[in-house]
Design a protein around this ligand. Structure first.
Ligand SMILES: Nc1nc2c(ncn2[C@@H]2O[C@H](COP(=O)(O)OP(=O)(O)OP(=O)(O)O)[C@@H](O)[C@H]2O)c(=O)[nH]1
Ligand SMILES: [Mg+2]
Length: 363
């Protein structure tokens, strides 16, 4: 099963590769000059999961397999990227391939060169979003030209898609954000998704702090602007986290306490990624293997079975479900079953976060 991917995006020299190295076990080159990164750095990270650890300890199974998230550290975009400036098209193509975007904003002062002179995260945010929108508009314009020809023949699907493409173009041209649930019916969503636009990818802003912080009023204004866009953000100290990464837990804690950081950037980012991608985790567990699986929220049981093996989806009979808290409370599948808290669910059942699932299927 391939992992979902999160692209690290932003202007050059804002600390993207530093954050990438802090979050993953892969070292990426970071240096005080723009365009240090050209080819994307890629790392797959196991998702830390306390529930999985507990289940594994309880069952003492041979294998313990967490889910994973792929991070892609993409080269910096500059003004004009959508017109090819600074290898922009190549970098935009990398962004188009990821499932979610972590948009890094430099919120630290200091000697690090800023491609635009002064540090100004609000300006930076608008520049990047404008480039992403223009890049999408170019795709939409090409599509409109093509659809115009097809729809002359009265092709219903082309007419429908034309309407959708026009709606999105208008929103982007007016610098409005696109809200899939608000702007489109469920039936239209497939058409929208096929366009593979960057502007509709789940996005989080990453406020990247350093020891020399940008002033608080500026940060508050930035947060207001993100809120107005219905966006979400996380706050991390990229460089600090990279530097303390290899310390032992006690030493690490001292540093984190000093900066009043309660949780590592990795955990914060993963939680946010799960929320913007609208994912939940379910588990399979036996003496052989305890394993976590991520799945889109509101998925039905056969879809979950299909995550494990496509044959399980085809041959799905039922799913036996124990809620996490009951599994831990009674200590085993057998005990939970005897206490009557194992439920048998059919193909309409919607998998809940934390379900421990035993699929029954016919091959
Ligand atoms: N003072 C300070 N410098 C930082 C911080 N985070 C990153 N830097 C420095 O900023 C410079 C650029 O960092 P990178 O991680 O290479 O930035 P990038 O966004 O990947 O840059 P490109 O790959 O060129 O687009 C490096 O010299 C880092 O050490 C920080 O919090 N404080
Ligand atoms: Mg870089």
């Amino acid at each position: 099963m391939s992992s979902l991917s999160c692209g690290i995006v932003g202007l050059p020299n804002v600390g993207k590769s530093t954050i990438f190295s802090a979050l993953t076990n892969v070292a990426a080159e970071s240096a005080n000059y723009p365009f240090t990164t050209i080819e994307p750095n890629i790392a797959v990270v196991d998702i830390p999961d306390d529930r999985l650890t507990k289940l594994h300890t309880l069952l003492n199974s041979k294998k313990n397999i967490p889910t994973s998230l792929k991070f892609v550290d993409i080269a910096g975009l500059v003004k004009g990227a959508s017109k090819g400036e600074g290898l922009g098209n190549k970098f935009l193509a990398s962004i188009r391939e990821v499932d979610a975007i972590a948009h890094v904003l430099r919120c630290f002062e200091g000697n690090t060169t800023h491609v635009l002179g002064a540090v100004d995260p609000i300006r930076d945010l608008e520049i990047i979003n404008l480039e992403l929108a223009i890049s999408d508009l170019q795709i939409l314009e090409k599509r409109l030209t093509k659809l115009e020809k097809i729809k002359k023949s009265g092709d219903r699907e082309a007419i429908k898609e034309y309407e959708i493409v026009e709606t999105i173009s208008q929103l982007l041209n007016e610098n409005k954000n696109i809200n899939l649930k608000r702007d489109f019916s469920v039936n239209d969503l497939d058409i929208v998704k096929k366009l593979n636009l960057i502007s509709i990818k789940p996005t989080m802003y990453v406020l990247n702090y350093g020891s020399e912080a940008v002033n608080k009023e500026e940060i508050d204004r930035l947060k207001d602007i993100i809120a107005k866009k219905n966006g979400s953000f996380i706050e991390i100290y990229g460089l600090l986290e990279k530097e303390i990464k290899d310390l032992d837990d006690n030493e690490k804690k001292l540093f984190l306490d000093e900066y009043e950081i309660e949780e590592t950037g990795l955990k914060i980012l993963i939680r946010k990624a799960y929320s913007i991608l609208d994912l939940v985790t379910f588990y399979t567990a036996d003496e052989n293997e305890t394993r976590a699986w991520s799945i889109t929220n509101n998925s039905k049981a056969p879809i979950a079975a299909g995550k494990i093996h496509s044959d399980f989806e085809k041959g799905f009979i039922r799913a036996e479900i124990i809620e996490y808290k009951n599994y831990i409370l009674f200590g085993s599948e057998e005990a939970a079953k005897n206490k009557g808290v194992m439920r048998s669910e059919g193909k309409e059942y919607i998998i809940k976060d934390g379900d421990i699932v035993h699929f029954r299927y016919n091959l």
